[in-house]
Design a protein around this ligand. Structure first.
Ligand code: MLT
Length: 311
């Protein structure tokens, strides 16, 4: 009997293949290459992706026997869930697999900004011993504003409290009881923007959240504020960010995610007070192992016609 075919459209951890086991034919493709994707998806039963593969209506229409789309990560913004549902294709993800990694990268970015670590590192490696130029700021007693107090936001709050910061959060879906439990002060978005020394955004990418940090938001921030985006490209308007940096409306920014990925040459890369990483939030051995095993298990269950429990 022919084995069901599972297409790995991005580089996934070896644990993913181990967890799938011997019952499937495994194929690989580069999901970011559109023509490769459209031909490879045509005759597979399941596709596994991270964030670089757009499983949109066109890709779903090209898939003649697809039963499962599995996203080895948190967000589902690269999958057209409506088109999948209409085509009777199940969509699964691994919503808790990389939350610790994303939270830790956020804290790393906040510290990098506060202490100019990347800029000082580059300068010293280029032969410049500049101590006063890279004088930084402490986190102690600073206000950190978290936009989106979901799973990742809550982990960041817990970690930053060790630095004796005051955590403000904006999240219309979080109750004051939950905020109190996390020792976080819930505030309006405007209050958060106006008061925070560090602002970090952890919202899903939806039509409502795209561009939510734009010119108006930057106008409300302190000119000493630092902004971090480890969530999704486009939540912070990239042109508005560039203008805010150029005009000194904020002190700096750390950005891990971009409207267009990969992006290797954006205007904001030219600022010394900007720290960038290439969408590394989920890129740890632990997160990739957890994500891969989780979606592999879901794919096994789904292709066996069994119930896939909520992760
Ligand atoms: C996620 O949504 O979990 C991550 O962005 C996945 C990834 O790193 O590709």
């Amino acid at each position: 009997m022919e084995k069901p075919v599972v297409l790995l459209a991005e580089e996934l951890s070896p644990a993913t293949i181990d967890a799938l086991g011997p019952d499937f034919e495994i194929r690989q493709t580069d999901g970011a290459d559109r023509s490769q994707l459209l031909s490879a998806i045509a005759d597979v039963d399941a596709i596994l992706v991270r964030s670089a593969t757009k499983v949109d209506a066109e890709a779903i229409a090209a898939a003649k026997r697809l039963k499962v789309i599995a996203r080895a990560g948190v967000g589902l913004d690269n999958v057209d869930i409506k088109a999948a549902t209409q085509a009777g294709v199940m969509v699964v993800n691994a919503p808790t697999s990389n939350i610790v990694s994303a939270a830790e990268l956020t804290v790393g970015h906040i510290l990098s900004l506060a202490r100019n670590i990347p800029a000082a590192n580059s300068a010293l490696k280029n032969g410049e011993w500049k101590r006063s130029k890279y004088t930084g700021t402490e986190l102690y007693e600073k206000k950190v504003g978290i936009i989106g107090l979901g799973r990742i936001g809550a982990l960041i709050a817990a970690r930053l409290q060790a630095f004796e910061t005051q955590i403000l959060a904006y999240d219309p879906y979080v109750t004051s009881a939950r905020a109190a439990q996390l020792n976080v002060k819930l505030v309006s978005l405007d209050e958060l923007l106006e008061q925070s020394d560090f602002i970090t955004i952890h919202m899903p990418k939806t039509p409502e959240t795209v561009g939510m940090i734009g010119n108006e938001a930057f106008d409300k921030m302190k000119d000493t504020a630092y902004v971090v985006n480890v969530a999704r490209g486009g939540l912070i308007d990239e042109d508005a960010l560039y203008s805010a940096l150029k005009e000194g409306k904020i002190a700096g920014a750390a950005i891990d995610v971009f409207v267009k990925e990969p992006s290797t040459d954006l205007p904001i890369f030219g600022f010394d007070n900007v720290v960038v990483t290439p969408h590394l939030g989920a890129s740890t051995d632990e997160a990739q192992e957890k994500a891969g095993i989780s979606v592999a298990k879901s794919v096994r269950l789904a292709l066996a016609g069994e119930l896939v429990p909520d992760a």
